[in-house]
Write a protein that binds this ligand. Structure first.
Ligand code: SF4
Ligand code: SF4
Length: 148
């Protein structure tokens, strides 16, 4: 089945920064069980798409949030920093979205990106959000909306 195409409306609210305070990873649905979810928080390791560690921009975005990215058994290994105490698991058509409240180290106290307009800022941030799943965690405050 083809992935839905979304049209984004609205705009970002200056100083909001809500989406920079969370991070979301996509995990294959067949991998995700209650036991695996518990194991993730116990071992502090999440196995993601094999190509994740090779995507430089996404990897940079992940590491700015304090996670480290490597490889394990042909899958990308994301190490969860010790200050992340909880994760939310959402089942979607594309897999399981794992949301964690963990701010980006580049977010300023005024809710603005301190590297805005600089080459170090991930391209992913400039294009974000691209789907309704991206703003699920911040739906109450995000001033973007999507139509399918
Ligand atoms: S780099 Fe800037 S825009 Fe991107 S998540 Fe961090 S603070 Fe937000
Ligand atoms: S949650 Fe929405 S409005 Fe807030 S910073 Fe992110 S994209 Fe902008």
């Amino acid at each position: 089945m083809a992935s839905p195409v979304y049209v984004r409306t609205g705009q970002c609210t200056l100083g909001c920064g809500a989406c920079c305070r969370t991070i979301t990873f996509l995990v294959k649905a067949e991998r995700m069980t209650v036991e695996y979810a518990q194991e993730v928080m116990k071992t502090r390791v999440l196995l993601a798409h094999p190509a994740y560690h090779e995507m430089e921009d996404v990897r940079n975005w992940t590491e700015l949030h304090g996670f480290t990215v490597g490889m394990e058994g042909g899958e990308s290994r994301i190490v969860i920093p010790p200050d992340v105490m909880q994760a939310h698991f959402r089942w979607t058509d594309n897999g399981v979205m794992v949301d964690m409240p963990q701010p980006c180290s580049m977010l300023g106290p005024d809710g603005l990106c301190t590297i805005y307009g600089q080459p170090e800022r991930p391209d992913a941030c400039a294009n974000y959000p691209m789907t309704p799943q991206h703003i699920e965690m911040v739906r109450d405050v995000c001033t973007y909306a999507f139509e399918e």
